[in-house]
Design a protein around this ligand. Sequence first.
Ligand SMILES: [Zn+2]
Length: 351
Amino acid sequence: MLFGYPVSAATANNWLHECLCEILRSIHASLETATPLPLPAWPDIIPARYRKRLEKRRGLEDRLNIYRITLEKLTTAEQKQILQALHDQNQIELLLSCHLNCEAIGNFPEAIHEPVKKLFEFGFELLTTLEIRDKHYKAIYDETPHVCPFCGCQPFDALGSRREALDHYLAESKYPFAGSNLRNLVPMCNKCNSYKLAQDILVKKDGTRRKSFDPYNCTEIRLSLENSQPFAGTITPTGQIPKWQIDFQPNTEEITTWDEVFHIRERYERNELDPKFKSWMDDFKRWCKSAKILPSSDQELVEAINRYATYYEEMGISDRAFLKASVFRMLHTHCQQGDQRLIFFIMSNLT
Ligand SMILES: [Zn+2]
């Protein structure tokens, strides 16, 4: 992904998830003695610091009761296995970097699947009801470019508009214990969300583990089109398109996962570079005209393209500037290397 979210947006607003985990741990602890200890009744089972905010949420009480009753019927070993999964499925950073593995819900006894899923689905719904989701989104919106970091192309609307998708980065169908954990919940444009769906970000299709970007701890990457070939692409009604070679630096396993899950290269080529190349060349012509730049030599043209690429490089990610910057940087490199066919093509386009 192209940039990360501030981790404080997740950690500072994560009280509901922390509360749910604390209650579940107390339920497990009450079963660890030879004679199960009586649990406090609702709402006393809610830790005191969260009680006022949750005591009227009786739907939560019902789901916790079902979880406890189901858990009581399992063996001690099974109860331990589930408690371990509650912990492990929430170690998001370690899981994404492959420093830890966790068990998916399919490994648990069948009886506990629905109680866990229902409990955390309800927790996820409560994020909206309790306005946690909006606070989380605002904290992200205020500190990042207003665009989806998974594609860099779709704008994010301000709070108060239709909500952007909030993706369960670790799929809730397999890792439900992370279902209300903001550290695992990621605003994403609807297009990216429609590519990701319930794909398992931790595991490849062949069942092996893979590394993924951590949306809350992600260093910047750079897109390069330098290895594209100016006249080797498809011929469209508006002219010939370069044959695109989309590279990312640094070239890591996280990039491979991102591309596999979100089809990034394919989408850039099909939806951005191919259909927009001609209009971006026309933009360059208009810019030269308004700046009164009329290159009369190869060197002057190379300098004009360099200025234009630099302009977009300094714009960062907004309005697809990172893609335009890469296109003109690639054209600059090829012209600088003396590609006479390309120089002639761009010169002709300016007149
Ligand atoms: Zn997107």
